[in-house]
Design a protein around this ligand. Structure first.
Ligand SMILES: Nc1ncnc2c1ncn2[C@@H]1O[C@H](COP(=O)(O)OP(=O)(O)O)[C@@H](O)[C@H]1O
Ligand SMILES: [Mg+2]
Length: 377
């Protein structure tokens, strides 16, 4: 039984700059698989290292099982770290690498052998136990690094981008294996990745970080369907959401250009939470309907020029440029609108399309705070 709690925990490397980890509050349940996700440099590794005791806590505290471990040295915290680089000893076999920490802890030899055998079986490492890392593939090394953490039966697994060195196909297979393994072991796990797909597919809950500050902690589907702000909306989901600034709401209808109105299905109650007359609207690729083309232009829709078309077999993503009239109050961030199209719908690069956000599937954000209006009181 192991819970983890960050209470106002900060890490300040440099007093002249904002904290790398800024007053984090996060409670992780016993046996939970929590993923920390965010862009490079947002403080994921630092947060994890603070938990493992590899980085001091400059403000606040961290509790494991309701015990303040802020001043407890790493080796006494009973956490096991899996690094991106694996950090295996090159001159030791898989067996020796996995046994090393237990030998240091003076665990009886028979018990070590048993634990190593068990972990090897779980990870299908049996035939590799007497092989050194230099003679293994990346995936095999990754499993040895996992095995080394498992044999210690720690209170918490701390994993820092453990799949980043694997090729794409192996990464997909391994993420499923790690998630299944964690669930069968039931060990509380904090898993760091910059990859939102990994976060979404592996985590019980996902914590999104930006500039050392927690943006949102939620279950994956909830994060996708109810992003707290434009950052989370943009970070979670691939291809990412289109954000349109300066949309004015008139009786719940959005004005996107001169005489150009689209009914976005915003609930009246939600619309009243907007502080000003304009909002930022988010539309995911699957929430657009393509309603017209240059041969068949339609009013009250957004004109787009189709650019790159990504055919994925079952569907296609069309990366478009928004064609905004000079008088339009609306600006599309990055000028870019991504649509998901049916594979049967013939679209060619360069053609003009007309698209409408699907009724009731848009997100509305306060333009100042960038907060989703769902979360505005
Ligand atoms: N040892 C260090 N000394 C000074 N600054 C650091 C150190 N480690 C990380 N940082 C800074 O702290 C911030 C967060 O880094 P990090 O936790 O490694 O981010 P992430 O793992 O999300 O990429 C970055 O701005 C990084 O430059
Ligand atoms: Mg990192």
């Amino acid at each position: 039984m192991s819970t983890v709690e960050f209470r106002n925990a900060s890490r300040i490397y440099d007093n002249t700059r904002p904290p790398a980890v800024n007053r984090i509050n996060l409670s992780i349940a016993d046996g939970e698989f929590l993923v920390l996700v965010g862009p490079s440099g947002c403080g994921k590794s630092t947060t994890l290292r603070m938990l493992a005791g590899l980085e001091p806590i400059d403000e606040g505290s961290i509790f494991i099982d309701d015990v303040d471990v802020s001043e407890v040295p790493a080796r006494k915290r009973d956490t096991a770290m899996v690094f991106q680089s694996y950090a295996l000893y090159p001159n030791m076999t898989a067996r020796q690498n996995m046994a090393f920490a237990l030998e240091n802890a003076k665990v009886p030899k028979a018990e070590i052998a048993q634990k190593v055998e068990n972990a090897a079986k779980m990870l299908e490492l049996g035939p590799l136990l007497d092989v050194k890392p230099g003679n293994m593939s990346g995936g095999q090394r990754q499993r040895v690094a996992m095995g080394r953490a498992i044999v210690r039966s720690p209170k918490v697994f701390c994993m820092d981008e453990p799949l980043s060195n694997l090729d794409a196909k192996l990464r997909v297979a391994t993420r499923g294996q790690i998630a299944a393994l964690q669930r069968s072991l039931g060990v509380t796990t904090v898993y760091v990745t910059h990859d939102q797909t990994e976060a979404m597919t592996m985590g019980d809950r996902v914590c999104v970080l930006k500039d050392g500050v927690i943006q949102q902690v939620d279950e994956p589907t909830h994060l996708y369907e109810h992003p707290g702000n434009t950052f989370v909306a943009g970070f979670i989901g691939s291809p990412s959401i289109t954000l349109m600034d300066g949309v004015s709401l008139e009786e719940g209808r959005a004005v996107i250009g001169e005489g150009h109105t689209v009914d976005l299905g915003i609930e009246r109650e939600l619309a009243t939470r907007a502080k000003g007359p304009r909002v930022t609207v988010g539309v995911r690729p699957e929430a657009w309907d393509i309603v017209g083309s240059s041969a068949n232009p339609v009013p009250d829709a957004l004109p787009l020029r189709a650019g790159l078309i990504e055919h994925l077999g079952s569907e296609a993503f069309v990366y478009c440029d928004a064609i905004m009239t000079p008088d339009s109050p609306v600006t599309v961030r990055g000028q870019r609108v991504v649509l998901r199209a049916d594979k049967r719908q013939p679209i060619t690069t360069g053609e003009t399309l007309y698209a409408r956000p699907r009724f009731g599937e848009c997100y509305f954000f306060d333009p100042e705070s960038e907060t989703n209006l769902e979360y505005v009181a």
